[in-house]
Design a protein around this ligand. Structure first.
Ligand code: FAD
Length: 495
C-alpha cells in the first residue's frame, strides 16, 4: 500500500497533484530531495519541482533536479534528441536562477553510467517524479518506484486541473467538460515555491554534464555522436528550448488567436493553429502559462473559448482517459463496437494497401495523405484537420485493423515531436472508432464513419496547396524490416 503523504505535501495547496508510488517513508538523513524530471522540462511553473522544494524546505534539505537522456529510448532520433537537449539546457539555466541545483547526464559510449538514478536516489531523503500516463516516463517511474528503497512521490505537471480532483468514472467529453470547466480558475494561479535551503553542491556519484554551459554546437555534437536514428532530422519549425516555446506563445497571442475560431480547421492557413503541442508534450511550457497568454491576448471571446476547449477539455480529457487504462498505447483501447466491425471486415478486398516505405515517406497513391505525412516526416508535426484524414485512411492502407493501429501509432510516435502522448493514442482511438457507429458499409471500414479530404481540397487554392504539400522534398528515413508492433498490440513496453 502506498505511504501517506508527508504533512509538507498533504497541506500544500497543490496536494491533489501528488501521490505516493510506494510504501517507503521519507528518510530525513538524506543529502537532498531528488527531483527526477523526464518530460516536464521547465524550471518555472513546474509542480514537480515545487513539490520537491516544499518537501526539502520542511526537511531542511536542498533539492537536486536531475535529467538524464538515454540513447536507447524508443524512436530516439536527431529530431527528438535535439529538442530534448535544448529544453534540458534551459531547464538547468532556469533552475540555477531559481536557486535550485540541476544536473544532467547524456548517455553515450564514452561516458556510460549504469543505474544512475538509483545511485542518486541512494543519497536522497525521497524522490519526486512525474505523473505521466503514457510511454517512457510512465514505465520508468513505475519500475523505479517498485525497485528503489526510497519514498517516491509522483506529481502531475501536465494538466491545468489535477485529474484527482475530477473524480473517477467520467465517460464522455461532454461530462468531462461539465466537471472540468467550473474548477479551472482554481488552478490558474502559478506560485513558484521559494527554496529556503542553499542549492546543493555536495558529492555526486558521477561527473555531471553541464548542459547549461553548452553552446548550440556542443549540443549538436552530442546529437551527432549518439547511437540514435540519424535519418529523422531536426525540425527547423520548432526551435528547441524556452526560446522556441516563447516564439510560439507570442505567435499565438499576436497572430493565431485573433482568428482562431474561424481558421483553426484550415490546414492551408499558416496562422490557423498555435503549433504549441511539441512544447506542451515535453513540458517546456505548461497549460497554465499558455492559458495566461490566452487570457492576456486581445482576441475575440469565441477564439479564446475555442482554444481553451482544445487545450483544456480535449487535451486533459485524453490525459484523464489514459490514466484509467493499464496500457493506453494498446489496440484494445479502441471502442469495442469499432474493433468488432473492423475485424469483421478484415478480409474484405483492400485495393488501397501501401508498403511501409511508401507510408513513411508519404509516397502512396493518395496525394492528400502524402501531403499529411510529409508534415510528420519533414516538420515533426501535423495540422489537426489533416490528422483526422490521415488516421482514417491508414485503416484502408494496411492489411488489417491491428496493423492499422500499430502503423498509425508508429508513424505518429516516431516522427511527430508531440507523439507518444495521451493525445496520440486517444485521438487515434477516436479516429478508429469515436462517436457512434454508422451504417455497415461494403468497405473495410464497416460501421466506422469514413472521412473525405473535402475540408482541404474544396477550399479556394486547396488542390494547389495539396499538390505542393505532397511534393515537398523529403528526408530519406530508414525503413525497419518489420513494423514494431509489440507495444501497440500487447502493451509490453520496449524498455
Ligand atoms: C489521428 C490524430 C493524432 C493526433 N496525435 C497527437 C499527438 O501525438 N500529440 C498531440 O499533442 N496531439 C495529437 N492530436 C491532437 C491534435 O491534432 C494536436 O494536438 C494539434 O494538431 C496540435 O497542433 P497545435 O498545437 O497547433 O493545436 P492548436 O489547435 O493550436 O491547439 C492548442 C492545443 O490544444 C491541444 N489540442 C488541440 N486539439 C487537440 C485534440 N484533438 N486532442 C487533444 N488535444 C488537442 C493541443 O495541446 C494543442 O497544442 C492528434 C489528433 C489526431 C486526429
Amino acid at each position: 500500500m502506498p505511504a501517506p503523504l508527508p504533512h509538507s505535501l498533504s497541506s500544500w495547496s497543490e496536494a491533489p497533484r501528488v501521490q505516493a508510488l510506494n510504501a517507503h517513508d521519507v528518510r530525513p538523513g538524506g543529502r537532498y530531495v531528488l527531483c527526477w524530471l523526464q518530460q516536464a522540462l521547465r524550471a518555472r511553473d513546474n509542480p514537480v519541482i515545487d513539490a520537491a522544494i516544499h518537501l526539502g524546505n520542511a526537511l531542511g534539505l536542498p533539492v537536486l533536479v536531475y535529467h538524464g537522456l538515454r540513447e536507447d529510448y524508443p524512436y530516439a532520433s536527431d529530431r527528438l534528441h535535439h529538442f530534448i537537449l535544448g529544453a534540458s539546457r534551459d531547464l538547468a539555466r532556469d533552475c540555477r536562477q531559481r536557486g535550485v541545483a540541476c544536473i544532467q547526464y547524456v548517455d553515450r559510449a564514452k561516458a556510460r553510467e549504469k543505474g544512475l538514478v538509483y545511485r542518486l536516489a541512494a543519497d536522497s531523503a525521497a524522490v519526486l517524479v512525474e505523473d505521466q500516463p503514457t510511454f517512457v516516463a510512465r514505465w520508468q517511474s513505475e519500475r523505479f518506484a517498485e525497485r528503489v528503497e526510497r519514498a517516491v512521490f509522483a506529481v502531475n505537471a501536465a494538466c491545468l486541473v489535477p485529474p484527482a480532483v475530477l473524480g473517477e468514472g467520467i465517460g464522455s467529453t461532454t461530462a468531462f467538460r461539465r466537471r472540468h470547466q467550473p474548477v479551472r480558475s482554481d488552478w490558474q494561479e502559478a506560485t513558484d515555491v521559494v527554496p529556503t535551503v542553499a542549492p546543493y553542491d555536495g558529492p555526486l556519484p558521477y561527473t555531471p554534464d553541464r548542459l547549461d554551459a553548452c553552446s548550440d554546437a556542443d549540443l549538436d555534437r552530442f546529437v551527432a555522436a549518439a547511437a540514435i536514428d540519424h535519418s529523422v532530422p531536426v525540425s527547423p519549425m520548432f526551435p528547441a528550448g524556452r526560446e522556441g516555446a516563447l516564439i510560439h506563445l507570442e505567435r499565438l497571442m499576436d497572430t493565431v488567436l485573433p482568428t482562431y475560431a474561424a481558421t483553426r480547421n484550415d490546414a492551408t492557413n499558416p496562422i490557423g493553429a498555435s503549433m504549441l503541442s511539441p512544447y506542451l508534450h515535453f513540458g517546456v511550457v505548461g497549460p497554465r502559462e499558455v492559458m495566461a497568454t490566452v487570457d492576456a491576448a486581445d482576441a475575440p471571446a469565441a477564439s479564446k473559448e475555442k482554444f481553451a476547449d482544445e487545450l483544456l477539455t480535449w487535451r486533459e480529457w485524453f490525459h484523464y482517459q489514459a490514466r484509467a487504462l493499464t496500457a493506453p498505447e494498446r489496440y484494445d483501447r479502441i471502442a469495442g463496437w469499432a474493433q468488432e466491425t473492423l475485424e469483421a471486415h478484415a478480409g474484405d478486398p483492400r485495393p488501397d494497401i501501401e508498403t511501409l516505405d511508401a507510408l513513411i515517406h508519404g509516397e502512396t497513391r493518395d496525394e492528400t495523405w502524402n501531403a499529411c505525412q510529409r508534415q510528420f516526416l519533414i516538420d515533426g508535426w501535423m495540422h489537426n484537420n489533416l490528422r483526422m484524414y490521415w488516421g482514417k485512411r491508414i485503416i484502408a492502407m494496411t492489411p488489417d485493423p491491428q496493423t492499422a493501429w500499430a502503423t498509425a501509432c508508429y508513424l505518429n510516435d516516431r516522427l511527430s515531436l508531440d507523439g507518444r502522448d495521451p493525445s496520440t493514442y486517444g485521438n487515434i482511438a477516436a479516429t478508429f472508432g469515436g462517436g457512434s457507429p454508422g451504417r455497415d458499409g461494403p468497405s473495410v471500414y464497416g460501421k466506422v464513419p469514413t472521412r473525405s479530404d473535402g475540408s482541404t481540397r474544396h477550399r479556394p487554392g486547396g488542390p494547389d496547396w495539396l499538390q505542393a504539400a505532397a511534393a515537398r522534398p523529403r528526408p530519406d528515413a530508414t525503413v525497419p524490416d518489420g513494423l514494431p508492433t509489440e507495444l501497440y498490440l500487447t502493451g509490453k513496453p520496449p524498455l
